[in-house]
Structure formats: structure tokens, C-alpha cells
Design a binder for this molecule. Structure first.
Ligand SMILES: Nc1ncnc2c1ncn2[C@@H]1O[C@H](COP(=O)(O)OP(=O)(O)OP(=O)(O)O)[C@@H](O)[C@H]1O
Length: 316
């Protein structure tokens, strides 16, 4: 079980230089999409937003962008509520994507730059820069609709970045990308973060989020249920125990107090230990089956934490 140490009050002091999502609630008719959603993304922080389908990630991002209005709560940037001018300084990669299919790549990017107030010359040079950086140099004169989906996604990232935004918000930017494109996307997000920009993105690729992000927010049923650095989150989750007892038969760990079997593979049993569970009792039970070749504690990874949150959510 994840120990719920996360309190909204704690989060709010973090980022007066960054993006604050402060107790946002939103209903669609009878459906409660967000319930006091709260978290912050500091300046120069790469924040991963994870949660099951329908947990409320897209709704939160749309509200942050001003595409959708919240029923209550507030979004602030650098300590002030957002107005139109501040929102124009956001870069957004929406889930539904949103490029003009018939427009050529470079033309489209310069156009978007100009729409955000750049001079034609500056917008053109920004478009050239980002097509270069994202490996689209040879595609500049192609219509977006003729590109592969992965390349369209690169253009979409360029579109979010072309006007040199102060905040970057991306809805599932990694979905459908090949491994090379994943690396390009990761590098660009890190570079953007390193320029002091808050970067918020959602993803279902938990290994990637774990590797890439400074902090992670896990959402369930419209609220943040855990938030912190990957290390902090991993420390909060239940410890795992990996036991290699080759002669053990199925069910050897059944009935041990505070112990749950997560996985049995190649003679190795992975167990989850509840707080206060006696690992020495597990060792004795393992030894009772025969030799024990391996017995080690492991911290949960983001996938384990996520599984716990989703299981608890379903049980609630
Ligand atoms: N336009 C809408 N009308 C009615 N309900 C909606 C609408 N948009 C979202 N919802 C509901 O609000 C909740 C949150 O949806 P949201 O799209 O924010 O989740 P998500 O975390 O982004 O999911 P996914 O991972 O599938 O993209 C869901 O119950 C969804 O069905």
C-alpha cells in the first residue's frame, strides 16, 4: 500500500516560479472528472502525469491551457492566476493533435509562430530550428497529412515549441513513437526543462516516466493520490522481496502474515510486504522448502506503485 504522505498544502509552496494546479474540480454532467486536483510543476522541472484511462489527465491539461473551464479551483503561473496573455505563452501538444493536414510543415510552423506574435522572420527561423532539431529537415516542404504518424507527432512537438513558450504541456507525447523518436522527444523535453521551463506531460509508459522525470504525479478518479520524486514515491510503496527457492512448490508463501505473492517465475517468487511484515518469517518458510539461493529486498518501481493505486481505487 502507498502511504499517502501527499498533502495539497505541501505542494502549494513549491512552485511560485512554476505552474500550480490548485484544487481544480470539474464535472461533465453526472461524471465527476476532477476532484480537487492539485499539484505543482516547478520552473525547470520535468513532471510526469500518470493515471488510468479516464483518471482526469487530459481534462486537467485542457483546464491549465484554458481550453476548458474548471468548475472551481485555480491555475497559476509564477504565482498569478492565468490570463489570456500568459496562456499564449504556453506550448501545448493536445491529445487529439491539431495540425492543418494540407499545410506544409515549415509553412505551418511559421504560421503558428506568427499567430503567437513572432515576426515573420523570427517565426521562419524558429521553424527551421525545430524542424532541424527534430529530424524533419527533409520534410519541411511536405504536407503534414503525407507524413507518417510519428513524424506528424514530431511536427506537433515543434508546433508546441516554435513560439518559445514559458510552459510546456504535452498530452501523451510518446504514444506511438519508435525508439529513436522516443529518444529525440526525451532529449527535447530535458533540454526544455534545462532552460528553466516547467514541463508537464502525461504518459502510460511508466518505465519512461520513471527514467525521465524529476517528479511524478499519480492520479486516480480525478485527484492526485501520490506525488513526488521517483525516489520518494518508491520509498513510500510497499517493499518487495525476491526469493529464489528452487524446490519450493506453489503456495509455499500462502498464509504468511502481511505477505502477498506478486509473481512466480523461474523458481523466483516476488512478494509484497505490508508495513511491519516479518521478512525473517518469510526466510524461515522459504528455508523449510529446501535451499534458498537468493533472498533480497527490492523497492517498488513506478509500475508497482501504479498497480497498487489502481487496485486500491477499484476496491474503494
Ligand atoms: N467531453 C466530455 N464529456 C463527458 N465526459 C467527459 C468528457 N471528456 C472527458 N470526460 C470524462 O471525464 C473523465 C476524465 O477524462 P480524461 O480524458 O480527462 O481522462 P484521461 O486521464 O486523460 O484518460 P486517458 O488516459 O484515457 O486519456 C472520464 O470519466 C471521461 O469519461
Amino acid at each position: 500500500m502507498i502511504r499517502r504522505r501527499y498533502e495539497p498544502e505541501e505542494a502549494l509552496h513549491v512552485a511560485d516560479s512554476g505552474l500550480e494546479i490548485d484544487r481544480i474540480s470539474k464535472r461533465y454532467g453526472e461524471t465527476v472528472a476532477l476532484r480537487d486536483m492539485t499539484f505543482t510543476v516547478g520552473a525547470g522541472e520535468l513532471f510526469g502525469f500518470v493515471g488510468s484511462n479516464g483518471a482526469g489527465k487530459t481534462t486537467t491539461m485542457r483546464i491549465a491551457l484554458g481550453v476548458l473551464a474548471a468548475d472551481s479551483g485555480e491555475v497559476r503561473f509564477r504565482g498569478a492566476p492565468l490570463d489570456l496573455d500568459v496562456r499564449r505563452r504556453f506550448g501545448y501538444m493536445p491529445e487529439e493533435r491539431g495540425l492543418y493536414p494540407k499545410m506544409k510543415v515549415a509553412e505551418q510552423l511559421s504560421y503558428l509562430g506568427e499567430l503567437h506574435g513572432m515576426s515573420r522572420e523570427r517565426a521562419r527561423s524558429a521553424a527551421a530550428h525545430w524542424t532541424d532539431r527534430l529530424g524533419l529537415r527533409d520534410r519541411r516542404e511536405e504536407q503534414v497529412q503525407r507524413l507518417s504518424l510519428g513524424n506528424q507527432q514530431r511536427v506537433q512537438l515543434a508546433a508546441a515549441l516554435v513560439h518559445e513558450p514559458d510552459v510546456l504541456v504535452l498530452d501523451e507525447p510518446f504514444s506511438g513513437l519508435d525508439p529513436v523518436a522516443v529518444e529525440v522527444m526525451s532529449d527535447v523535453l530535458r533540454e526544455t526543462r534545462d532552460r528553466g521551463i516547467p514541463v508537464l506531460f502525461s504518459s502510460h509508459q511508466l518505465d519512461l516516466v520513471q527514467r525521465l522525470c524529476d517528479r511524478v504525479g499519480i492520479v486516480a478518479a480525478g485527484s492526485t493520490v501520490a506525488c513526488g520524486t521517483v525516489a520518494e514515491l518508491r520509498d513510500q510503496g510497499a517493499a518487495k522481496l525476491v526469493v529464489h527457492a528452487p524446490l519450493a512448490t506453489a503456495g509455499w508463501a500462502d498464509g504468511l502474515a502481511g505477505v502477498r505473492v506478486l509473481d512466480v517465475r523461474d523458481g523466483r517468487t516476488t512478494l509484497e510486504l505490508a508495513e511491519g511484515a516479518d521478512d525473517q518469517a518469510v526466510l524461515r518458510a522459504a528455508l523449510a522448502t529446501g535451499p534458498v539461493h537468493e533472498f533480497r529486498r527490492d523497492r517498488p518501481d513506478l509500475t508497482d506503485l501504479f498497480r497498487t493505486v489502481v487496485t486500491e481505487e477499484r476496491a474503494a
